[in-house]
Design a protein around this ligand. Structure first.
Ligand SMILES: NC(=O)c1ccc[n+]([C@@H]2O[C@H](COP(=O)([O-])OP(=O)(O)OC[C@H]3O[C@@H](n4cnc5c(N)ncnc54)[C@H](OP(=O)(O)O)[C@@H]3O)[C@@H](O)[C@H]2O)c1
Length: 273
């Protein structure tokens, strides 16, 4: 119950990993501040969290908008008078070869949410997290460590996020604040459905084909995240592929290239048909 009465902000709490983080932290009795754009969904999740024993605040937030991120932090402080933990989880994916992108709009959009969203929230929360010697968490992706063909926009946003948090960790050394970066592999959520395609539309229902039986479930992912954040670890690389890929990136990058190219070809064939 390490998060009992711990004031935790979770962005992207309306679905998937963020939703599961909210429920599991609620079971520990956390004081939650839940953010995302879909307020109706957030309110339903808040009700479930309250029934599990948590105090919950819902703040409708588009993290791509700096003023809304500031509002999230201000509202959290007004409700709880402190911030202990910030989990920067909000994000989405974009697929398609760079050469086929009709323009760079998608690149800007994904950076605005996945990178800038985390930077804005961290900027406004940091002075308060310093006071509580709290925790900052960045949910990156294996694609923020091991790039894959057809994902240049998403990978760039997650690599940028990693650079930001790695640097921040060093700056915060000796302050008592810890920074944990999470590298999830594939997780069963609505991520694949919400992925944006070359023409700017969502992948939609077709995305569900992406989730094979062996793929990690969101509750398992959330529980691993909570464990490492509780222990104030630097990072967590999930899945066997993540650990193997990281090792290969040092010792046999060409083999890693061949494997990742095969995986992206196989995913495309499976989902797009
Ligand atoms: N699932 C995977 O395979 C996987 C793998 C590696 C990393 N990740 C990362 O894990 C994180 C959570 O994704 P998920 O898998 O749980 O996907 P998901 O089910 O699609 O959830 C994404 C969450 O992000 C929120 N979000 C998206 N754009 C937002 C914006 N502009 N402002 C505020 N919130 C926004 C969504 O809420 P609203 O739409 O209500 O705003 C939703 O709550 C993401 O950062 C993702 O990149 C996922």
């Amino acid at each position: 119950m390490s998060f009992k009465e711990n004031v935790v902000i979770v962005t992207g709490a309306s679905s998937g990993i963020g939703h599961e983080l909210a429920l599991q932290l609620a079971r520990q009795g956390a004081f939650l501040s839940l953010a995302a754009r879909n307020e109706e969904r957030l309110n339903k999740i808040a009700e479930s969290c309250k029934s599990l024993g948590a105090r919950v605040l819902v703040v409708k937030t588009d993290v791509a908008d700096e003023a809304q991120c500031k509002n999230l932090i201000d509202k959290t402080l007004a409700e709880y008078s402190r911030i202990d933990t910030l989990i920067n989880n909000a994000g989405f994916g974009i697929r398609g070869q760079f050469s086929q992108q009709p323009n760079l709009e998608n690149f800007h959009k994904v950076m605005d949410v996945n990178y800038w969203g985390a930077v804005y929230c961290t900027r406004y929360a940091l002075p308060h997290i310093l006071q509580t010697k709290g925790r900052i968490v960045g949910i990156s992706s294996l694609l923020g460590k091991l790039a894959m063909a057809g994902n240049s926009a998403y990978s760039s946003s997650k690599f940028a996020l990693v650079g930001f948090f790695d640097s921040l960790r060093l700056e915060l050394r000796k302050t008592g604040v810890t920074v944990t970066t999470i590298y999830p592999g594939y997780v069963v959520t609505e991520f694949a459905e919400n992925m944006i395609q070359l023409d700017g539309t969502r992948v939609g229902e077709r995305g569900r084909k992406f989730y094979l039986g062996w793929i990690m479930k969101a509750d398992r992912c959330a529980s691993l995240i909570i464990q490492v954040v509780d222990k104030r670890k630097r990072y967590l690389i999930m899945t066997f592929y993540g650990v193997l890929g990281t090792w290969l990136s040092f010792f046999s990058p060409r083999l890693l290239d061949a494997i990742t190219c095969w995986v992206s070809w196989w995913n495309k064939k499976r989902v797009i048909g």
